[in-house]
Design a protein around this ligand. Sequence first.
Ligand code: ADP
Ligand code: MG
Length: 387
Amino acid sequence: MKTDRLKKEFTEFFGAGREPEIYRAPGRVNLIGEHTDYNDGLVLPIAIDLSTYGLFRLTNEDKIRVYSENLDKFEEIELANLSRRKGNWTDYVRGVLSSLESRSKTISGFDLYLSSEIPVGSGLSSSAALEVVTAVGAIKTMNLDEVEDLDLIKLCQKAENDFVGANTGIMDQYASYLGREGAGLLINTAEPSHKFVDLGLKGYELLVIDTTVSHTHDDNEYNRRRRDCERAVNAINESTAGKTLKSLSDIPSEELDDILPQLEESLANRTEHVVRENERVEKAAGFFQQGRIKEVGELFFASHDSLRDLYEVSSPELDYLIEFARAEGIPGARMTGGGFGGSTIHLVPESQMDEYLKKASRVFEEEFEITPDGFPVSPSDGAKFQN
Ligand code: ADP
Ligand code: MG
């Protein structure tokens, strides 16, 4: 069993002693609702069946010793310097622990062995999984005060925003912590609050195809889109007497026809994407629950087109895979994650899965001379529900 292998490796690395405690936090895929999370909008992610595992064992030392199997890197973090940024992967761990320290007073020394099944840096949120597994493991191992669900989620997001400096919304940590088997999480990021949506996937599977073309969230383009949205909100509030929008998601879709012509073209496009994408998320949640996968698929394609044409965050590799999906006649597919490379998600009939994935990989490789990484994912329990 995987956990036996990990325990053995833990002992080989850190030495014999008490058995480590094992915690797990999954990656996530966003089904629909892209670039809406930082606009106080709606998103519909699932936690996936790929996780980051953290093995924890308390020590009597004044430091945390942490090893990442994926990076084959080891570091020591002095307890006295928990809140000092290092500018590398340990900042995710440091960020979470220093927030916990300010809530719970004392953090003791421990050894931490990290091993992830989530491909790192491909949009499946290995970063949130790392934060969440660190938080959950640290709280349980050290017996720290219980943290409310939303506080834990926010604390992990804060590590990523303030410590690592990646200006991301709350969706990733939410899904990794609170995901549920068989369900999507319909999150209203403005509150934030969530509802579980039964995905009714009968006969269909979700396939992720990672283009393996890498993207990073501190990419200027990502921050530029965020600024575009703020500029659009300001422009609308200035030009319309009495308007006090807080975010683009406050715009009712029936007002778009009046509002869009007042904005410069790129801002009008960003605005239209956000408002319509929120509508698509709401509709998709309803269709999923009714098992109307064909209709969900049409919304996936529409979401992709909007991200390509209005939000301008797609890439030739992503577009290629979505055109492939259309040509193959599956219900729907779209880019997922921030864009500029990264992954796509496809709704594929179970009976076609093997053939579809093989063909997609072959034609993609012929076109780009890059081997994509494709794997079916299923909606899984988040870290809170691990047994
Ligand atoms: P994504 O979250 O889509 O995988 P990010 O760029 O947000 O991509 O996060 C990836 C970063 O998170 C890595 O560069 C690394 O610093 C850190 N990270 C994630 N998982 C691990 C891990 N298992 N071990 C060490 N660092 C990790
Ligand atoms: Mg990330």
